[in-house]
Design a protein around this ligand. Sequence first.
Ligand SMILES: [Fe+2]
Length: 159
Amino acid sequence: MVIKKFNHIAIMVRNTSESINFYQDMLGLEYVHGLVFKNSNNQRVFHSFLALEDRSCLALFEIEGNDTYYNQNKILDQHFALECSKEYVDIIFKKIVNINKKRKTNLIKFGFQDHGFVNSFYFNDPSGNWLELTYFCDPWFFSKKNALDELKKWEQSKK
Ligand SMILES: [Fe+2]
């Protein structure tokens, strides 16, 4: 099997703190990382990770704004990420390029991205679902950052 495991599954949430408390208390997941970025619509987003025992994660996205914003964007960033080798990502990339040529389509979403702690290749399935293949993952990254400090800064700065 070339796919090693789920790296993360990402969902949208209304309020990160509320959701982190829910998944910690309900399922015992561990809040391990949080960061702020701007999405393609120039909205501020808080992206957090809750780890399972095998260090795969449930990833949460909270877009800054009110409930209407959440309802309009709730499936915008939903995706799942599978972990594999760079060699396998290159094979998949070539397959996607061939499908694009044959079907005159474009299944490549964001292409290749280096996030520092993980590298990713993003593409769509034929139904438009967003997939991510991760490689060169740093297993020690989550212990280097102070996730609670990042969450506190987000809660204090969001509008
Ligand atoms: Fe992701």
